[in-house]
Design a protein around this ligand. Structure first.
Ligand SMILES: Cc1ncc(COP(=O)(O)O)c(C=O)c1O
Length: 382
C-alpha cells in the first residue's frame, strides 16, 4: 500500500468538531462521520496551487468537474448521467432540505426509514412539512426494509420517500430486489424518492454493488432526486460540496428555484478539491478501501467477542452500528463514553438507543486503543 493511513495527525488545533467534543476528557472521539486520515495529496497540491493564485472571487462551476464526476459515476455504477441533470449544492444535508421544500406541499409528508442519520427527520420539520417513520428491521445485523409495514403506513399525504443508500447508520447497501420493492410502492402511490447515496463510493464487501435508485427504471429516473458527493469518500467534509442529480426537468427547475437566495454558492476551493478528488485520487481511494476493510475485520472480531455486543456490517462506509440490546445497559452510549472513554455516537440520535455508532475511519493504533478500552470496560462491569 502506497499511502500511509497509520499516520496520526493532531486535529484539535484546527477546531475539528470531532476532536473538540471530548477534548476536556480522555475520550477517543469516534462519533461524527469524518475520518482521521490526511486527504489525498493530489487534493492538497491542487488547493495549494489555487491558493497561490490568490484571488477568491465568485466562481462558476467548472465544467470539467461535472464531466469527471459523470465519468466516475459511470465507471463505478454504470449509470449514465446527463450533464444538465446535475445541480451542485454546498453539502448533502442542503439537498435533503431543499428536496423536502420542493417535493412536499404544506401538509404533505415524507416517509423516513429509521434508524437513520438525524438530518433526514429534521429536514421535513425544518421546512414545516410532516414525516412518518417506518422502522427498518435488524436482520442479523443488517438493516432492511419492512415492506409490509411501509404499505400499511402509506397514505395519500405521503409524497416523498427518503432513501439512504448505503444506509447510515447501518451500512446496508440495498440490493436490486430491495430497491425494486421500494420503486414498485412509490410508483403505485406516485411518490418521489430522495435518495442520499453519499457513501456509495465506499463499498467494503466484495460481493456487494451499489445500484443508484434512479438508474433502475424510467419511473425512478423521472421521480427522484439523488444526492452524491466527494466529501465522505475523500475526507473533505470541511469543504461542503455535493450534487443533486435530478433528471426530471420540472422537478429540477423547482429544486433550483428553492435554492435561490438561501443556499450559499459553493466555495471556490471546494470545487478545486472535488475535481482533484475525482480526477487524480484513484489510487488513494483504492488504498483507503483496503485499509477500511482491515479496520472493519478487526472491529468485527473484537466487538463480537464481547458478551452483549454484536456487529455485522457495514457493507459500505466507515461507521459501525453496534447492537447493545443484549448488554443489559440502560444507556449504552453513556457507558462507552464514561466507562470505556470511547466517544461513540448515541444510537438515540438515529432512532434507537440500544445501539451505538462507532466511526472506524481512523489509524489502526487508535482503533486498537479504543477496542482495548471497550474490552476492559466490559470486562470490569459488575
Ligand atoms: C447519509 C449522509 N448524508 C449527508 C451527510 C452530510 O453531508 P454534508 O456534510 O455534505 O451535508 C452525511 C454525513 O454524515 C451522511 O451520512
Amino acid at each position: 500500500m502506497k499511502h500511509n493511513f497509520d499516520l496520526i495527525v493532531s486535529r484539535k488545533e484546527t477546531h475539528s468538531t470531532k476532536w473538540l467534543k471530548f477534548s476536556e476528557q480522555d475520550v477517543i472521539p469516534m462519533w461524527i462521520a469524518d475520518m482521521d486520515f490526511v486527504c489525498p495529496s493530489e487534493i492538497t497540491s491542487s488547493i495549494s496551487e489555487r491558493v497561490d493564485q490568490g484571488i477568491f472571487g465568485y466562481t462558476n462551476t467548472p465544467s470539467s468537474l461535472t464531466d469527471i464526476f459523470i465519468k466516475r459515476v459511470k465507471e463505478n455504477t454504470d449509470w449514465t448521467i446527463n450533464k444538465d441533470w446535475i445541480v451542485w449544492i454546498p453539502g448533502g444535508v442542503v439537498g435533503l432540505n431543499v428536496a423536502c421544500k420542493t417535493v412536499l406541499a404544506p401538509g404533505e409528508m415524507a416517509m423516513v426509514p429509521s434508524p437513520i442519520y438525524a438530518p433526514f427527520s429534521e429536514a421535513p420539520e425544518n421546512m414545516e412539512r410532516g414525516f412518518v417513520k417506518t422502522h427498518l428491521q435488524d436482520n442479523q445485523g443488517r438493516l432492511e426494509f419492512d415492506v409490509e409495514a411501509i404499505k400499511t403506513l402509506l397514505t395519500e399525504d405521503i409524497k416523498m420517500f427518503f432513501l439512504c443508500n448505503p444506509q447510515n447508520p447501518g451500512g446496508t447497501v440495498f440490493n436490486q430486489d430491495e430497491i425494486e420493492e421500494i420503486s414498485v410502492i412509490c410508483e403505485q402511490m406516485g411518490i418521489i424518492v430522495c435518495s442520499d447515496e453519499i457513501h456509495s463510493d465506499l463499498i467494503l464487501d466484495d460481493d456487494v454493488k451499489h445500484i443508484p435508485y434512479a438508474s433502475l427504471n424510467s419511473y425512478n429516473k423521472e421521480n427522484s432526486i439523488t444526492i452524491m458527493g466527494p466529501c465522505k469518500t475523500f475526507n473533505i467534509a470541511g469543504f461542503p460540496i455535493a450534487t443533486a442529480i435530478i433528471p426530471n426537468q420540472t422537478l429540477r427547475q423547482d429544486f433550483i428555484r428553492n435554492t435561490k437566495g438561501i443556499v450559499a454558492h459553493i466555495d471556490s476551493i471546494a470545487f478545486v478539491a472535488a475535481e482533484a478528488a475525482y480526477s487524480d485520487a484513484k489510487e488513494w481511494h483504492s488504498d483507503l478501501i483496503t485499509y477500511l476493510k482491515s479496520n472493519k475485520e478487526l472491529l468485527l472480531e473484537r466487538i463480537n467477542n464481547i458478551a452483549g455486543l454484536s456487529l455485522r456490517g457495514p457493507e459500505a462506509g466507515f461507521l459501525a452500528w453496534i447492537d447493545c440490546s443484549n448488554s443489559g445497559l440502560e444507556n449504552p452510549s453513556e457507558f462507552f463514553i464514561k466507562e470505556a472513554k470511547v466517544g461513540v455516537y448515541d444510537g438515540a440520535w438515529f432512532g434507537d438507543k440500544n445501539y451505538v455508532r462507532l466511526n472506524f475511519g481512523c489509524p489502526r493504533s487508535i482503533l486498537e486503543e479504543a477496542l482495548d478500552r471497550i474490552e476492559k470496560a466490559f470486562s470490569q462491569r459488575n
